[in-house]
Design a protein around this ligand. Sequence first.
Ligand code: FEO
Length: 403
Amino acid sequence: MNLYCTRNITDAISWVGGSDRRLALFENLFPIPRGVSYNSYLIVDEKTALLDTVDSSITRQFLENVYHVLAGRPLDYLIVNHMEPDHCANIEELMLRFPQMKVVGNAKTINFINQFYDLDLEGRTVVVKEGDTLSLGAHTLQFFFAPMVHWPEVMVTYEQKEKILFSADAFGSFGALNGNVFNDEIDFDRDWLSDARRYYTNIVGKYGPQVQAALKKLSALEIQTICPLHGPIWRSNLGYLLEKYSKWSTYEPEDKTVAIFYASMYGDTENAANILACMLAEAGVKNIAVYDVSNTHVSTLIAETFRCSHIVLAAPTYNMGIYPTMQNFLHDMKALNVQNRTVAILENGSWAPVGGKLMREALGEMKNMEILAPSVTVKSAVKSENLETLAALKDALVESLNK
Ligand code: FEO
């Protein structure tokens, strides 16, 4: 084994993960055109400890990295912070290769290992509780539970000497790591923020209160570096990242602006959406976003809903219901706990428009969604009589934005 691709975080701690640029859909759901990284970390002290494994797609690279950093030493501990298969797929392989290795997890972790795999764990586990520590020599690991960030067994591990938080899925992002694994080696705002937001909002967006509980618990620790299981390692500017997480987990918008989400069969609802966008721009609203919900993956729509303070939903009635792609978007909004937004409704219908009423009902099932008056109804195509209502809706949006 002489091929490796690792980075030193400190003298004793290395990144030994890798990236998959072939996978089209993360969780077989979310498009990842920029790929995804699976991060794993190895501490070499009097004892050696690996923090999580990686997805089976990058096993070869991962094993080469681990062997390189171990440099002939055995692996003493595998810490399993998260039992989702994109991180735990190599537990059996490591147990076979390192017969003395102990698997460290909590009671739920061990339960999940038994559910996913058929492994003989007899004498091979260390079961930890909240706040327990494990000494590796100069380094000491401390374990804190973070249930539902993203699964119930999730824990994070704090290394006391170097003040590093191994944060599991928290603070992660879609996107392959291109050699630059540290946040100060990349332009995060330009190249990563939208994927980090899409990752957070779609993977753990539903669990804002649990993320808040974890953030509160971790605020007692002095943290210098955050090592997540996906995306860049944070060793500077942690306040920026924590502020994003604080907003996302409390469903507070990042930007005071309007995102218009439209569904359109023949371009007429799209036309209404574009007219409203231009009216808003003329009124001074900046950074307006417009999305065709049939042509944009719902994970992007969700991320933009978390980002923007005001949203407009525009859709035709279809089979006496909500147009299917808009219906799917509304379903995901509810599933991911979207709340605290100001919403405007624009419906289209040629003979029995009911989409507006149904969209309002769907929004009524979410928390604290303020629906602005007036709702706009277009009959087939935008006519001059619609312009007055569109202008009134623009006024309502502008007034609300300026509050
Ligand atoms: Fe990246 Fe919840 O696993």
